[in-house]
Design a protein around this ligand. Structure first.
Ligand code: ATP
Length: 259
């Protein structure tokens, strides 16, 4: 089957730093891929290149067979690839519902879309459906600034999906989220993504999250992919244990598997 995403020899240099070194990766329709790697391994650079936030120094990005290398983020979103950020990109002073209404308004229904009223019946219905899918409906009137971090991240991810992506990239969905919130958050996100049939790729430092939710894991080290396969295989790989898992376990003091 043709992959939904395929990168070939994707590379990025920042002066003398090689942030991505010939990264060739394929993601299949509906797959859930976890991306791991120590700080500075090149994970965010990879996501930034796929989503148009960074132009690669070399290599290509194909989405459903179409070359999207170097397209602007907005065009990549329109093509069907959306993302969330490590730090939620939300309007803190607005309500949860207003945040989603704005994300829907930004979808760009014509050049003067921003001149039209924010609230319309159809838009509110879509916003409410999205809030229900992400278990955020009870928070609809709440000011975003007052939300717990896990709910704020969930809102950011929900807003990233207003364009109904076929591929969703999540940059550290559980960073800064409490231990109590992280599994419910991921359960909600994964079931919402499954419902839409989208493929997803998430960057994560928490090996418990990776082991529990990814169907496949890609490990980065110094800009290169050092392992790519089923979670148990990759998380048990000696090179991955040395360069990735070991450093993460040192950070969190936990084990990757309870096995
Ligand atoms: P983290 O887990 O800390 O988010 P990461 O795996 O996402 O790390 P990147 O942020 O992709 O790593 O960084 C990869 C390398 O590229 C690092 O050495 C980083 O310092 C460098 N780098 C990233 N962005 C830039 C930039 N805009 N200018 C210069 N160097 C950069």
């Amino acid at each position: 089957m043709e992959p939904i995403l395929e990168t070939r020899s994707l590379s990025k240099r920042f002066g003398a730093v090689v942030a991505a070194d010939e990264v060739s990766v394929r993601v299949a329709e509906g797959e859930v891929v976890g991306v791991i790697g120590a700080n500075g391994a090149g994970k965010t650079t990879f996501i930034n290149m796929v989503t148009g936030y960074l132009k690669p120094s070399a290599g290509t990005v194909r989405f459903r067979g179409r070359d999207i290398t170097g397209l602007a983020p907005r065009e990549v979103t329109r093509a069907g690839v959306c993302r969330s950020f490590q730090i939620p990109q939300i309007f803190r002073e607005l309500s949860v519902l207003e945040n989603v209404l704005i994300a829907l308004a930004m979808l760009g229904e014509g050049r003067l879309a921003w001149l039209r009223p924010l609230r319309s019946r159809e838009r509110e219905e879509r916003a409410n459906a999205l809030l229900r899918r992400y278990a955020l409906d009870a928070y609809a009137p709440a000011r975003a600034a007052t939300l717990p971090q896990g709910v704020r991240k969930l809102l950011d991810i929900a807003m990233a999906t207003v364009a109904r992506p076929a591929l969703l990239l999540l940059d550290e969905p559980t960073s800064g989220v409490s231990v109590e919130e992280k599994f419910p958050l991921m359960d909600t996100v994964m079931s919402a993504v499954r419902e839409t049939g989208a493929a997803s790729l998430f960057v994560e430092h928490d090996m418990e999250i990776v082991a529990r939710y990814a169907s496949r894991v890609i490990a980065f080290y110094e800009g290169r992919v050092i392992a790519d396969g089923p979670p148990r295989e990759v998380l048990g790989d000696p090179e991955v244990r040395r360069h990735v898992v070991g450093t993460e376990l040192h950070r969190t003091g936990r084990s990757a598997f309870h096995a």
